[in-house]
Design a protein around this ligand. Sequence first.
Ligand code: GLP
Length: 233
Amino acid sequence: ENVKWIVVKNPEEGAKEVFNLISEELQHNRLHVLGLATGSTMIPIYNEWTNSSLDFSNITAFNLDEYVGIDADNPNSYAYFMNQHLFSKKPFKETYIPNGMAEDLDKECKEYEDQLNSHPLDIQLLGVGENGHIAFNEPGTSFDSVTHVATLTDSTLGVNSQYFENDDKIPNIALTMGISSIIKSKKLIMVAFGEKKRAAMEKLKAGEVTAEWPITKLLHHEDVIVITDLQLD
Ligand code: GLP
């Protein structure tokens, strides 16, 4: 069994579990490049970090994804989210996030993948979409995908648009690390809180790898930790 399940009572307890895992890797000098995620799941996790003495000043961070056409000063961008919840409070050595404002998006994706290849991920932190997407790799995305321009599904647009402020329309395209870019990380920490994630967690638990549920590709990785507040049988 390559997936280690940690069942917690609530998101705060889940955030403490993530904190312990990250501190241990830092202490053993096994963490140099850290993959980060956005979304409401990550907020208690980043709060735990910013209220601690964790030192990320020697760490390079890579984010999973970014909307196309939403700039870093716009509160709806993932760059803004990261600054607000983490980077403005904890210094990192360097931080990478795909540039959704790039003129040539394919070139931006290629350069991002090149940067990832020269800074192999030690840990990738992941959330999951209700439809089983990881980053913005929607159902049906090739397991061989690298960083690419992705079209968002109606389901994801519906779920994510509730977070959009200032009457901005949610873009239906985004830049995202691919499934193979994510899977290359030495260790994966996947976090899922709440009933809306039950279907995705049940698919993962069921043990069958299918492109219709991108999350199930984690079953092919040798070091995955899942932290959830869902009781699954
Ligand atoms: C977005 C992100 C995903 C994230 C998902 C879940 O679609 N691209 O990387 O996992 O949202 O978000 P939340 O944590 O808000 O449920």
